[in-house]
Design a protein around this ligand. Structure first.
Ligand SMILES: [Zn+2]
Ligand SMILES: [Zn+2]
Length: 420
């Protein structure tokens, strides 16, 4: 069977993961973004959850070598936003970095990881695993200074949004010197001296990988969703569920219904929040703060301000533009508590990640621009409640056009977003 290519667009790495059906043991290959696993043999569906991070093993050439030792690397794949006085700079990055500091191993896993089939590391996985000693926060702080170091100062706000983070374990072994067990070649140590493997702590836990049943927790019906979806629907009791920790939790949702054969629904997180540092409680406040060319109606003074953030991964500049277009537009009519009729796009960006972007979105539309420098650093945005809303877009030749606000996203952009 022909596999999809392993690399995506612009250096984005797309892993494939080999594993076994938890029910019948049949071998299977998953895309990195897949969460809902349907076994082609026993037909059992399960939903994959890692309460902290997914952990992957990079394969050694001789996987049964008792001398193998696995070193951890953090992997970060997501968007960086830097708010400057002149506007927001965006960057998509996909990198790995040592999760244990050592001058004897390479600083990152490198691009060779794109050509390898990975496996999940579970508590049952045998081998000697070095414990991660640097935190994910430390890694992200390092990425910020690396990727934003050349931006004009001051940087008013930083955000990392929509990232998937995981631990990659790369195999090495010690012969006369340290060898990379993927390539079976010696590692060039910058320090020149011999590594002392006993100086590193090893771990036994690895963290669990859970396969959760996809029966509706409310009515027992089969939940539905695309393979990469973070939200599952129950058509029977009209409910929606998303992963939180070790279980699926109910979600508030709705759809702005639109007629027509050519409608595609894209998911957005609609978020109400408490904002301090500026007066932004209502839609009327927004008209002023964003300097919108609109007449303030009396209804605008009682309509609460809400952020709208894409609930799907997409290139960072497009992400920001969609969020601005939806947030600055007047309220769309026709919102109902219902599930969308297909076709609709999967939710691939969790609400926790959408929240990370709120201050960036605000900094992007704040006026007057000359005051951004003094105002933005002191703004605090705290989310109060959120709803998943499926928003209608009408299919055009090369793009989908939002039926109410008339802004567009190209088909090409949307098609490529599955790799992010
Ligand atoms: Zn099976
Ligand atoms: Zn149900």
């Amino acid at each position: 069977m022909r596999r999809k290519p392993l690399t995506g667009i612009g250096g984005v790495i797309h892993f494939q993961i080999e594993h076994q059906c938890p029910q019948c043991g049949a071998p299977a290959t998953l895309e990195e973004t897949e969460r809902l696993f349907s076994c082609p043999f026993c037909r059992v569906k399960s939903y994959l959850l890692a309460p902290d991070h997914f952990r992957y093993l990079l394969p050694a050439q001789s996987p049964d070598d008792p001398k193998l030792v696995y070193f951890p690397y953090w992997r970060f794949k997501g968007m960086l936003f830097s708010s400057l006085a002149a506007g927001v700079r965006t960057k998509f990055i996909d990198v790995s970095r040592q999760a244990v500091r050592s001058t004897h191993i390479p600083i990152s896993v490198g691009f060779r990881s794109q050509a390898l089939k990975l496996r999940f590391v579970t508590p049952e996985t045998g081998g000697r695993f070095i414990s991660a000693t640097t935190t994910l926060d430390e890694m992200v702080a390092g990425l910020k200074s690396q990727f934003c170091g050349t931006l004009p100062k001051p940087i008013l706000h930083h955000a990392h949004v929509g990232e998937s983070t995981s631990l990659l374990y790369a195999p090495f072994f010690l012969r006369d010197r340290l060898y990379d067990a993927i390539l079976d070649t010696p590692v060039r140590s910058p320090s020149g001296d011999q590594i002392d493997l006993n100086a590193f702590e090893t771990e036994n836990g690895h963290g669990p990988l859970l396969f959760v049943t996809t029966l509706c927790p409310n009515c027992g019906w089969d939940l539905e969703g695309a393979a990469d979806s973070l939200v599952l629907h129950c058509k029977n009791c009209v409910s929606a569920w998303y992963p939180a920790g070790r279980t699926l939790k109910p979600l508030k949702f709705g759809v702005i219904q639109e007629r027509g054969e050519d409608i595609l629904y894209l998911p957005f997180w609609r978020i109400r929040s408490d904002i301090t540092g500026i007066d932004l409680a209502t839609y009327a406040d927004l008209v002023k703060i964003a300097n919108l060319p609109r007449v303030v109606r009396s209804a605008d003074k009682s309509e609460p301000f809400r952020f709208w953030v894409p609930a799907f991964k997409v290139r960072p500049n497009v992400f920001l533009r969609l969020a601005e277009n939806m947030t600055l537009g007047r309220r769309l009519s026709g919102l109902k508590t219902a599930l969308p009729l297909p076709p609709y796009h999967s939710v691939t960006l969790p609400v926790t990640e959408a929240l990370e972007g709120l201050k960036t979105i605000l900094a992007a539309f704040y006026t007057p621009r000359h005051r951004v420098r003094e105002v933005v650093p002191d703004i605090e945005v705290k989310a109060r409640s959120f709803t998943l809303v499926y928003v209608p877009f009408r299919e055009g030749h090369h793009e989908y056009i939002q039926t109410g606000h008339q802004f567009a996203i190209t088909k090409n952009t949307l098609a490529l977003s599955g790799n992010l």
